[in-house]
Design a protein around this ligand. Structure first.
Ligand code: EPZ
Length: 427
């Protein structure tokens, strides 16, 4: 429940990146030695990933809430079951490490999700190029490496895929010989994973560029690593300051990881000052917000994971803006809910046209996925009266203690019953 209309003021601390912690936790399966990860966000997807590791036979200690000490010494099974994969598609990130270290893996094929069909055909094709046999058996992907070890090869992705790049990188670090990935994804989370793998003894070059080279090694060791800040959480809070006409100091972030977002928001009229390498001061400029068009593309361009939040902001900008989604075929589910709040949005193919500025009025709405739920929270923060957002379990998947963080900067927000565990944490 959110009562809107209050400018947010104060300091917000950014958590670790969900989309880096997920592959980094999967990478712990590559060694029998202990890997310690710091700054792991306390969000539902990471709780699911931890459960997956434990189901495979790993032990995960948490001396602190955001520190995970993982030992995958006694892996007993190489299977990621449907029950887990259906709740979190990122479970497919277990495929590469299991195949690399044990020469076999069985992972339930993830179904579609709210934002698109999201096949993993490119992952599987790449594993075959590394010499694996891959088959589909009763809904499970069964992969085997001949003689128990993959062999290095050239892999060229016909489409940029983030988890595909991560899965192949983790498969190739223990393969025989050299692997080169062409048209690789360049997201900061890829670089963070490569950073961890190199600390474990891998030989990876070029992460963060379109071409990644990996020289396979016999085995990997333990390591200690701190997960990078969450650039999408950072972007979401920048929009929160702008859409409420407030002023926020956003701490423990890494501005260069969301340069395209910051550039676009400055163009729109948001004042974003880098106080230092990890702190941003954000406020809305006197003149208000000007509508600007945007197109989502792979990193380093404007991320699809900020598209929904940007749409909410454009409902409060003067003029018309077009938002073109090029990554996922069904990522405008939030628009119809924003229209329920009074936004003026129409569609033409993969483009949404937002006519601003519109007065938003509180109403019951429901979230369809993680970033859609963030866009509804942002819209509700500037809407008049009360907005009741249903299905917020989506937001708990990727935003750590969002109610507590927003309340700490003046938002009128409360969680209504659904997730007692999370609400206990937040009250
Ligand atoms: C990652 O998903 C992120 N998830 C997503 O964030 C993010 O939206 C996406 O990258 C794009 O940036 C994680 O890192 C856990 P892709 P991923 O493979 O890897 C098609 C969030 O909100 N494709 O880069 O699954 C695919 O359908 C989430 O935190 C194939 O066709 O995305 C899509 O159209 C949502 N075949 C495009 O490529 C494949 O084998 C990009 O998908 C793989 C992908």
């Amino acid at each position: 429940m959110i009562r809107g209309g209050r400018p947010l003021k104060g300091k917000i601390e950014i958590s670790g990146a969900k989309n880096s912690a997920l592959p980094c936790l999967a990478a712990t399966l590559l060694t029998s030695e202990t890997v310690t990860l710091h700054n792991v966000p306390y969000v539902k997807d990471l709780i699911t990933q931890r459960r997956l590791l434990e189901d495979l036979g790993a032990t995960v200690l948490t001396p602190e809430l955001r520190t995970h000490k993982v030992s995958a010494k006694n892996i007993e099974t190489f299977e990621a079951p449907y029950e887990l994969v259906k709740t979190m598609r990122a479970s497919v990130l277990a495929l590469g490490p299991l195949l690399a270290r044990f020469g076999q893996a069985k992972v339930s094929l993830p179904g579609g999700c709210a934002i698109g069909t999201r096949p993993i055909d490119l992952h599987l094709k790449a594993f075959e190029q590394l010499g694996a046999s891959v088959s589909l058996e009763s809904g499970d992907v069964v992969a085997r490496a001949p003689n128990g070890r993959l062999k290095g090869a050239d892999v060229s992705f016909e489409k940029v895929t983030v988890t595909g790049t991560e899965n192949v990188m983790m498969a190739a670090v223990l393969a025989k010989g050299k692997t080169t990935i062409y048209n690789a994804a360049r997201e900061p989370e890829i670089e963070d994973l490569a950073d961890l793998l190199n600390k474990m003894g891998a030989r990876i070059k070029g992460a963060g560029t379109e071409t990644i080279e990996i020289k396979g090694v016999e085995s990997l060791g333990g390591a200690e690593h701190t997960i990078i800040p969450d650039r999408i959480e950072t972007g979401t809070f920048i929009v929160a300051a702008a859409i409420t006409g407030g002023e926020l100091e956003i701490k423990s972030c890494q501005p260069e990881h969301l340069a395209a977002v910051i550039e676009k928001l400055r163009e729109v009229g948001v004042e974003i000052e880098e106080l230092n390498q990890s702190t941003l001061l954000v406020k809305c400029c006197e003149k208000g917000l000007q509508a600007k068009n945007v197109t989502t593309e792979p990193h380093p361009k404007f991320p699809t994971d900020m598209q929904a939040q940007y749409m909410s902001l454009m409902t409060q900008a003067e003029g018309d803006s077009t938002i073109t989604e090029t990554i996922f075929e069904n990522r405008f589910m939030h628009a119809s809910e924003l229209i329920r709040l009074g936004a003026n949005i129409s569609f033409s193919g993969t483009t949404a046209i937002v006519r601003g500025k519109t007065r938003l009025m509180g109403a019951p709405v429901q979230a369809s996925d993680l970033r859609a739920s963030a866009s509804l929270v942002l819209a509700a923060l500037c809407a008049e009266d009360e907005t009741l957002i249903d299905r917020v379990y989506h937001i708990d998947r990727g935003y750590e203690m969002i109610v507590k963080k927003l309340r700490s900067v003046g938002a009128e927000i409360e969680r209504i019953t659904d997730n007692l565990a999370m609400s206990a944490e937040e009250n």
